[in-house]
Write a protein of this length. Sequence first.
Length: 264
Amino acid sequence: MLLVIDIGNTNITLGVFENPDSDVLQELMSTFRLTTKIPRTSDEYGMMICDLLQKKGIDQTKIQDIIISSVVPNVMHSFQSGVIKYLNKKPIVVEPGTKTGIKITTSNPREVGADRIVDAVGAYYIYGGPILVIDYGTATTYDYVTADGAFAAGVTTTGIRSSAKALSQDAAKLPEIEITTPDTILARDTIRSMQAGLFYGYIGQTEYIIRKFKEETGIADMKVVATGGLGKLISESTDRIDYYDANLTLKGLKIIYGKYKKEN
């Protein structure tokens, strides 16, 4: 079995694939999450991962390999130490120089986060290019992958939850709210007005940025795939997104793992 791990700014997402050596991208056996922002020791990370695997009915001794992508450097030492100590495997870490199967043709390739590269790999090898990859995470990112598999350009903006948090923290009379699909844009109270502003505002942003990518690349039929926790809400409310794939990052890690093994 292969354990794939994405360490993001808000959550650590883990998934297990049954056959790491297969070129066919199987369905994930299981997925689970940890909170990133709580400081933990290597022992805490290791024990929590083992406990989660056990609760999912997965024998940790059958984990053959582990691959990690991370955008949070300050947790990596403890996290990797916990994995090595409790799972007895040295993880593969996606970093500059890792064979991924796509080219990074931006002005400074080392600036591109591992999560964006992994999403681009998953999108390109599952859905084909040219494709625009939208990840609704702590930040919302839009990344353009060309027909020949080059990560060519990207846009970064605030995430939906980050925007909601900024409203409640910076405006004294605005409360914390749940992000949800409003019944109407004709809001009649504060909470619904905030929900409508965030929800419809992000749909408008999404549709405009997609249109601009298609206009400036000249590719009117460019495919669009969305991922990230709140991506499902947005993708269900616009016809500009062709696919929603909740596990795109984990699938991208499996694809990169296959390429890494062929090289090593």
